[in-house]
Design a protein around this ligand. Structure first.
Ligand code: RIB
Length: 272
């Protein structure tokens, strides 16, 4: 069985539903607030375990009810939480998600305990070995993510870097990732920044996804909420590659997972 180790963020997601997103300076009304579980890293770890990998989440929660509940939830999904920590005196990460009636969203993240992940936490990746996949979004401090890429590459593990939210990491770092995963918006930012990477997988929404010469169509879905679709894609891709699927098969499974994700509210499915 493949191992997927997610070194990343988790958040309590506060969803606000509105007819359309506000413009700068404008006030709009929302329906009742919904509290859900999210954070790109945790969403990816949940997707990886659901796709059949042994999934580890390396991250931090605050010493608050949200953090404690989240630890239990990840374990209930079957994610290995033995490398997680509770940080005293710091809130669990929180994201405010503005959902409009088309199922599109805008997200603002307050990192909380996620930004207490530091270089000392790299020791939790010391057992990485060839065959493992280290999967990371970019909601941790960039110098820590960069060091994790280097460590995993030195140990012969595959690194999948989800460049979300976008940051112009050096080409030398991206060169160690196979692939760098970007959505259309992030792909444009990467191109505008003039940064080349040898292995880039672009998710293209309803047009599917492309990795080099490989193009895989999207799977039809009844869209309720697009939050977390990219994470479902990344976690599933990592899981399927870790168990030996071909890139095309892994992309197909990832597209299927993303389609199923947009059909439920929030980034993660209900507990089984
Ligand atoms: O990708 C979706 C996620 O982005 C949400 O769950 C939110 O927490 C933000 O991190």
């Amino acid at each position: 069985m493949g191992r997927v180790i997610v070194f990343g963020s988790l958040s309590q997601d506060l969803h606000l539903h509105m007819e359309r997103h506000p413009r700068t300076g404008e006030t709009v009304m929302s329906g009742d607030i919904e509290y859900r579980f999210g954070g790109k890293g945790a969403n990816q770890a949940v997707a990886a375990v659901r796709a059949g990998a042994e999934s580890f989440f390396v991250g931090k929660v605050g010493d608050d009810p949200q953090g404690r509940e989240y630890l239990e939830r990840l374990a209930a999904f079957g994610v290995n939480t033995s490398r997680m920590e509770v940080v005293p005196g710091v809130p669990t990460g929180t994201a405010i998600i503005y959902n409009d009636t088309d199922g599109e969203n805008m997200i603002v993240v307050a990192p909380g305990a996620n930004h207490r992940m530091g270089h000392e936490d790299l020791a939790k990746l010391d057992d990485l070995e060839p065959g493992d996949v280290l999967l990371m979004p970019l909601e941790l401090k960039h110098d820590v993510v960069t060091a994790a890429v280097q460590l995993a590459a030195d140990r012969g593990a595959r690194v999948i870097l989800n460049l979300a939210p976008f940051a112009p990491l050096p080409a030398t770092v991206l060169a160690s990732c196979d692939p760098v995963v970007v959505n259309e918006h992030e792909a444009e930012l990467l191109e505008n920044a003039g940064i080349d990477a040898p292995s880039v997988l672009r998710t293209l929404g309803t047009r599917g996804s492309r990795w080099g010469e490989l193009q895989v169509p999207a799977v039809p879905a009844q869209v309720v909420d697009t939050t977390g679709a990219g994470d479902a894609y990344c976690g599933t891709l990592a899981a399927r590659l870790s168990v030996g699927d071909s890139p095309a098969d892994a992309m197909r499974a990832a597209s299927e997972a993303a389609a199923r994700c947009v059909e439920h509210p929030g980034a993660q499915p209900p507990l089984p």
